[in-house]
Design a protein around this ligand. Sequence first.
Ligand SMILES: Nc1ncnc2c1ncn2[C@@H]1O[C@H](COP(=O)(O)OP(=O)(O)OP(=O)(O)O)[C@@H](O)[C@H]1O
Ligand SMILES: O=C(O)C1=C[C@@H](O)[C@@H](O)[C@H](O)C1
Ligand SMILES: [Mg+2]
Length: 182
Amino acid sequence: MNNTLKNCSLFLVGMMGAGKTTVGQELAKRFNYRFFDTDTLIERVTGTDIPQLFATQGEERFRQLETQILGQLSAQLRSVISTGGGIVLKPENWGYLRHGIVVWLDVPPEVLYDRLKTDETRPLLKTENPLETLQKLCDRRQSLYAQADLHLTLTGAESPEKVTDTVLTQLPRILKSNSVHN
Ligand SMILES: Nc1ncnc2c1ncn2[C@@H]1O[C@H](COP(=O)(O)OP(=O)(O)OP(=O)(O)O)[C@@H](O)[C@H]1O
Ligand SMILES: O=C(O)C1=C[C@@H](O)[C@@H](O)[C@H](O)C1
Ligand SMILES: [Mg+2]
């Protein structure tokens, strides 16, 4: 199992609520790799939670910190790295993501809404119509997430373990076709 990734790292991207943190932890366990989560690390270095950080310092500051943390993590080998939903927005972040294999967990906005409707920790969803916000964000980001090496189209009914199994099944094909990692 440890050789499956040829020692490089795996980055999970996708919308908020897609399961990056949940599935990332499971993947790290299966590989016996270290697990990092950019959102958690931002909270740790700032000593603030994400809603508070957005409220006091704004999204732009959050995005700067996100890029800094991603840059540091991109030097890690043998790690699974779950990112924040907006990591794909900055072109420079792709320079870092390209240090590993990038997997897009693509979950319909209706499912994301269902998972997050009672969750208070996503400041971008503090709108009058969070479902519509999710739909718009999905539309706007679609072509950015599509730069991932592996696109998993999910219904939302798959368990985190099942999503993990699917990633593991697909990885050999991705590694074969991705000469950077060979
Ligand atoms: N495959 C799944 N099936 C059912 N629920 C799930 C699944 N994956 C994640 N969840 C649930 O959805 C919620 C959001 O999951 P998670 O925090 O892993 O998403 P995320 O992609 O990391 O979001 P963010 O970008 O905001 O960090 C959590 O309550 C989690 O338990
Ligand atoms: O989709 C986004 O832009 C975000 C997703 C979360 O993971 C956090 O990074 C933050 O709430 C912003
Ligand atoms: Mg997360």
